[in-house]
Design a protein. Structure first.
Length: 108
């Protein structure tokens, strides 16, 4: 199971819990233990807290993945693009110095 699977499962479980909380509060309203406005307020507060927690989890996971990739010293997409541009530039310069016409990208 990958980290992505764990996070996805946690988020999906969170959605399931959110639905159960809503059902529980709706049941309390039906029984008359809470007014509709109290129930709506509780659902709104819980949803806001759940959204904040999900956002914080996402941010933490993103930071963890970034730090892990940094420690592994894996080049980023931007790094690879910079290297490709340098290679193309150097290749072009070498061809000019050799006096041969430049090849098109499809010929390389």
């Amino acid at each position: 199971m990958t980290i992505f699977d764990v996070v996805r499962n946690a988020i999906m479980a969170g959605f399931g819990v959110q639905e159960k909380v809503k059902e529980f509060i709706d049941e309390l309203v039906k029984k008359g233990e809470l007014s509709e406005s109290q129930g709506a307020k509780l659902i709104k507060e819980w949803t806001e807290k759940a959204d904040k927690s999900t956002s914080e989890l996402s941010k933490s996971m993103s930071e963890l993945v970034s730090k892990t990739l940094e420690k592994m010293n894996i080049p980023t997409k931007d790094d690879m693009e910079k290297l490709n541009k340098k290679i193309q530039s150097l290749s072009s310069r070498v061809k000019k110095l050799e006096g041969t016409p430049e090849e098109t990208e499809s010929e390389e």
